[in-house]
Design a protein around this ligand. Structure first.
Ligand code: GDP
Ligand code: IMO
Ligand code: MG
Length: 423
């Protein structure tokens, strides 16, 4: 399969987990390179639902190695919970199939608390974060005051560093009017998690380079989506990492020239959780999808905002990620729609825009300009080959790929593995 970077081409929740699970069959190693447990990647195997937050979705296939790279921020207590939860579902996570970078930064309780307090302070201007402490943890990393996994597994060093950090952050929390944290409680819970995770902690950069020398194929599992990227997204309504393809290199230590292809995952429509502009937002499609019990967040359970497909956005995503191939998911979500709309430009007053502006306020005022496609009005969920799809569905998908500027490679017509069409 060669080394593949998989990214979300919209605002997250594009169905990356499902596509990763499908592609893992041909890979040897699956690596997460950014984000933290703000991610929620859903995979169905038969009737069993798995939601992965930190562990790569590749863990569900036997004989594959999963790696959490240096670019990820890790909440160790949550990670231990995830590993134990998977064990209950008979998914084995052990030192043979899982490694965790020693330089991944640790998310601490004060990060979560600060995330929450900052959101409260922002009031109506809040970002709508997942409250997992992601922003403050990456903030400490950039400010060079973070703790890393290598510190967590060294008891004396962890105790010393944590003591200083708790003291400092308690002052900040007090200023917010929030409850200070207990050093002892935090220390004990994190040390337990550190002991549990120690067997997995490794120099994953060296591991991945050795694997490449042995000609192993690596799949880089993106989290979030292009427009949540800290540099390329709808700032400040973004997450705190590089969710675009470059993040796979910095977050793993695998250099750009070793990457063979970039696959972009996008829904046949658009969703977004949290605040910030969504030019194609439509109550019509939101009501339809929510009425079908779809589009509720995998991490926070929040109803996702929904809109029509936005090709202005996906074309930009194709450009910044260098997307070679597209996987379009949730095609079946449009099975009952009479007239399907796709955005091909934005109107602001009398001005027309054919690109996604960096002025987030202006983007918030953009009205989508659509082209209409006749709906196929029949179920696609049993289609297994391209030719099984209704002609109107094929035309719509071909138009999405053309508008986005990349090759259509995978079409997904349901959450299950077998509901996947390869072109
Ligand atoms: P991720 O964060 O990108 O991995 O996406 P999520 O798992 O958060 O959300 C995608 C949702 O769509 C999940 O509930 C998946 O099970 C579901 N899903 C993925 N592909 C399809 C599809 O083609 N059809 C349907 N009906 N559901 C899908
Ligand atoms: P996956 O990997 C969708 C959103 C939050 C919020 C913003 C910042 O499942 O696609 P954060 O907690 O990261 O500081 O929140 O980013 N967000 C996601 N939206 N899918 C995700 O991950 C997300 N991770 C963060 O809703 O708007
Ligand atoms: Mg998700």
């Amino acid at each position: 399969m060669a080394n593949t970077i998989l990214v979300g081409a919209q605002w997250g929740d594009e169905g990356k987990g499902k596509i990763i699970d499908v592609l893992t069959e041909q890979a040897d190693i699956v690596v997460r390179t950014q984000g933290g447990n703000n991610a929620g990647h859903t995979v169905f195997i038969g009737k069993q639902k798995y939601v992965l937050h930190l562990i790569p979705s590749g863990i569900l296939r036997k004989g594959k190695v999963c790696v959490i790279g240096n670019g990820v921020v890790v909440d160790p207590v949550s990670l231990v919970g995830e590993i134990k939860g998977l064990a209950k579902l008979h998914i084995k996570v052990d030192a043979d199939n899982f490694a965790l970078s020693e330089t991944a930064h640790v998310v601490l309780p004060y990060h979560r608390e600060l995330d929450e307090q900052r959101e409260i302070l922002k009031g109506k201007n809040k970002i709508g974060t997942t409250k997992r402490g992601i922003g403050p943890a990456y903030g400490d990393k950039a400010a060079r005051v973070g703790l890393r996994m290598i510190d967590l597994i060294n008891p004396a060093r962890f105790e010393e560093k944590l003591r200083v950090k708790i003291k400092e952050n308690n002052e900040v929390l007090k200023a917010f009017g929030a409850k200070p944290l207990s050093f002892k409680k935090t220390h004990d819970a994190y040390r337990d998690a550190g002991d549990f995770l120690k067997p997995y902690v490794a120099n994953t950069v060296v591991y991945l380079h050795k694997a490449m020398q042995a000609e192993k194929d690596i799949l880089f599992e993106g989290a979030q989506g292009t427009f949540l990227d800290i540099d390329h997204g709808t700032y400040p309504f973004v997450t705190s990492s590089n969710t675009t393809a470059g993040g796979a290199c910095t977050g793993s230590g695998v250099p750009p020239h070793r990457m063979d292809r970039v696959m972009g995952v996008m829904k046949a429509y658009t969703t977004r959780v949290g605040e910030g502009p969504l030019p194609t937002e439509s109550s019509e499609i939101a009501d339809l999808l929510h009425g079908m019990g779809r589009e509720f967040g995998a991490t926070t359970g929040r109803a996702r905002r929904c809109g029509w497909f936005d090709s202005v956005a996906t074309r930009h995503a194709s450009m910044v990620n260098g997307i070679d191939e597209l996987a379009v998911t949730n095609v079946d979500g449009l099975d009952t729609v009479d007239v399907i709309r796709a955005c091909v430009g934005y109107r602001v007053g009398r001005q027309m825009l054919d690109y996604i502006t960096n002025d987030v306020e202006l983007l918030g005022c953009c009205e989508a300009v659509h082209v209409d496609f006749p709906g196929w009005k029949q179920s696609t969920s049993k289609a297994r080959r391209w030719k099984d799809l209704p002609q109107r569905a094929r035309s719509y998908l071909e138009a999405l790929a053309e508008l986005t500027g990349a090759k259509l490679a995978i079409v997904s017509v349901g959450p299950a593995r077998e509901q996947t069409i390869f072109l």
